[in-house]
Design a protein around this ligand. Structure first.
Ligand code: UDP
Length: 307
């Protein structure tokens, strides 16, 4: 039985990963300081599962042998990371250093959860992995973007210098059950506003684009990458691109809400476009998303209704 340590395992993506890997027969150690994660997300997991409440920016000690480390701990919603920029920078820098050190000690395979935010406000669309990005280091998003860029650089350095088997996944907008109702991101905002017949708050004119990947598709891709021999970054996301205005209309239709649309100020440095070029994941991992936006959003609406 292989053991996997998942940092951020009580978070949105982390908890889905814990569940998935337990089903695949792994022993799972979930590490989280619950700063944005929630114990409710993992309370149903017990067999072959251990939870450690720990801040990964501090030294990590684990007794068990570990075969894989999946470093997913970080605030990820713009609202969250702008509230706690120092913790965000520490999770990406010190947290990455500590987990890489642990991987070296345990001879574990290492997977870094990176982000489409490494591309900043991209000047090319869609974004291939070869694009270097357009990031404002001192802007309000800099704490997350630069932490993740540093995390990638450190991960690659451990691969080059220490020959550690490392993987980097650049995650594009992902959604699904267990997102926090008030995490501030567009999917929980629009769905909950619609369910409460409150206005849908579009930032700017809603002409900016995003593409939304359902969480089960992402987890499937992470698993394929973790078992692969790829060491270079791989984009994962859904390449179906929508403007935020189109997305609001889709939510209105699927929830059958009476909500109106309200236009608010566009936040600083909000990327104008974002869409993953997933040719690499397709070619090298045989991965592409399978869940349609309609099906994924319907499942998410049901989950928010029940919770
Ligand atoms: N957005 C919006 N209304 C909201 C929340 C977000 O129009 O209530 C927009 C936001 O300005 C951005 C896009 O939706 O252009 C996606 O925002 P989110 O916070 O989900 O994540 P991001 O992709 O910016 O990291």
């Amino acid at each position: 039985m292989k053991t996997v340590l998942i940092t951020g395992g009580a978070g949105f993506i982390g908890s889905h990963l814990c569940e998935f890997l337990l089903e695949k027969g792994f022993k799972v150690i979930c590490m989280d300081n619950l700063i944005t994660g929630n114990e409710d997300n993992i309370k149903h997991l017990n067999k072959n599962f251990k939870f450690i409440n720990h801040d990964i920016s501090k030294e990590i000690k684990v007794k068990e042998d570990i075969d894989y480390i999946l470093h997913f701990a970080s605030p990820a919603s713009p609202v969250d990371y702008q509230k706690i920029p120092i913790q965000t920078l520490k999770a990406g820098s010190l947290g990455t250093h500590n987990t890489l050190g642990l991987a070296l000690k345990k001879k574990a395979i290492y997977v870094l959860a990176s982000t489409s935010e490494v591309y900043g406000d991209p000047l090319i669309n869609p974004q291939p992995e070869s694009y270097w990005g357009n990031v404002n280091p001192i802007g309000v998003r800099g704490c997350y973007d630069e932490a993740k860029r540093f995390a990638e650089a450190l991960t690659v350095a451990y691969h080059r210098i220490h020959k550690l088997d490392t993987k980097i996944i650049r995650i594009f907008n992902t959604y699904g059950p267990r997102m926090r109702k008030y995490d501030g991101r567009v999917v929980p905002n629009f769905i909950n506003q619609a369910l409460e017949n409150k206005p849908l708050t579009i930032y700017g004119k809603g002409k900016q684009t995003r593409s939304f990947c359902y969480v089960s598709d992402l987890v499937d891709g992470i698993y394929k990458l973790m078992l692969s021999d790829i060491n270079e970054p791989v984009n994962m996301g859904n390449p179906e691109e929508h403007t935020v205005l189109e997305f609001a209309e889709i939510i209105k239709k699927l929830t059958k809400t009476k909500s109106k649309i309200e236009f608010n100020e566009l936040p600083e440095d909000d990327p104008h476009v974002r869409c993953p070029d997933i040719s690499k994941a397709k070619k090298e991992l045989g991965w592409e998303p399978k869940v349609s936006l309609k099906d994924g959003i319907n499942k998410t609406i049901e989950w928010f209704k029940e919770n």
